[in-house]
Design a protein around this ligand. Structure first.
Ligand code: NCD
Length: 316
């Protein structure tokens, strides 16, 4: 299959950069990475490359899986976590200056930052490819790519899907990237379940509609249609609230429970979550083999990030 987007040397900032062909091309390479990892095949695709991980916000999976992906491919990392405390940022250095410095030290920069739009600013300042690992309430493209890879493995398609996305749709960057990704494929109908205050912004809602997604906003679990292809649950993003009292009011608005599953899910509905979860999925759901958040989504994050890095660095 022809891929339109030549990954080599590109920044990865938004799912808007991708075409459906680009997504499938990445998946094909992620399958290769899966076979490398699963069969413990040694590979040195990234030998001699150094990649900076600049994480201005907390992270477990994104940091861990990028770090693992680089090392499994024979590359090395410079790990800067908490730069506000541990680097010259503490002395008042601008993002642009920090990026210019680390682009001299490394072949690529992976950045997580609390301000939406900062990954783009970093890409403009950098001489080497920049990968957005989450920019505030903006986007989280690599999470959406692994989420779509997971959906594809189960539904065997990325068009004609019916899905449910629940939780914090206003602030959830994984949701913003996932909706962009799903809008690249035809006839997808997505139910959006959230408290009124955490609905998609009007701008996002109309943007995704214009891109061809069928969106149905609901505020009650009774309106979830039966037999969705996937349910994608998310955490209410506490750190984005100015007033903690407001957070407390909505944090447990929608909880994924075995009872809800029994009532509304189909036998092939998969249950997803980008993690961390903080109470919005009852742990009893974990035993259900349709629950993929602690299993396939985690593994897929590694394969997708390995493939993406190798492509961006021109090694595939
Ligand atoms: C998400 C994030 O950081 O946006 N976590 C992740 O990277 N998988 C989701 C979240 O924090 O709720």
């Amino acid at each position: 299959m022809k891929h339109l987007f030549n990954y080599s040397g590109k920044d990865i900032i938004s799912l808007d950069q991708f075409s459906s062909e680009d997504i499938f091309f990445l998946f094909k390479n992620a399958e290769k990475m899966k076979s490398i990892v699963d069969n413990s095949k040694p590979t040195q695709l990234l030998a001699g490359t150094v990649i900076s991980l600049l994480f201005y916000e907390p992270s477990s999976r994104t940091f861990g899986s990028f770090s693992s992906a680089i090392k499994r491919l024979g590359g090395a990392t410079i790990d800067i976590t908490n730069p506000e405390v541990s680097s010259s940022v503490a002395k008042g250095e601008t993002l642009e200056d920090t990026i210019k410095v680390f682009s001299s030290y490394s072949n690529a920069i992976i950045i997580r930052h609390k301000i939406a739009g900062s990954a783009k600013i970093a890409a403009e300042a950098s001489d080497v490819p920049v990968i957005n690992a989450g920019d505030g309430i903006g986007e989280h493209p690599t999470q959406a790519l692994l989420d779509m890879f997971t959906i594809y493995q189960h539904a065997k398609k990325l068009d004609n899907l019916t899905g449910l996305i629940a939780g914090d749709l206003l602030n959830g960057r994984t949701v913003h990237s996932l909706l962009r990704g799903l809008s690249l494929f035809g006839n997808n109908k997505i139910y959006l379940l959230s408290p009124k205050k955490l609905q998609l912004s009007k701008a996002d809602f109309f943007y995704f509609k214009k891109k061809g997604l069928k969106l149905v906003e609901i505020s009650n679990t009774k309106d979830i249609p039966k037999d969705c292809d996937f349910w994608y649950w998310t955490r209410v993003q506490k750190e984005r609230f100015k007033n903690l009292g407001d957070y407390e009011k909505v944090k447990n608005a929608f909880i994924l429970t075995p009872e809800l599953i029994k009532e509304k899910a189909g036998k092939n509905t998969i249950f997803m979550h980008p993690l961390p979860r903080v109470g919005e999925i009852n742990t009893k759901v974990d035993e259900d083999k349709r629950a993929l958040y602690l299993r396939e989504e985690i593994k897929n994050g590694l394969y997708i990030r390995m493939a993406l890095l190798a492509l961006v660095l021109g090694k595939l």
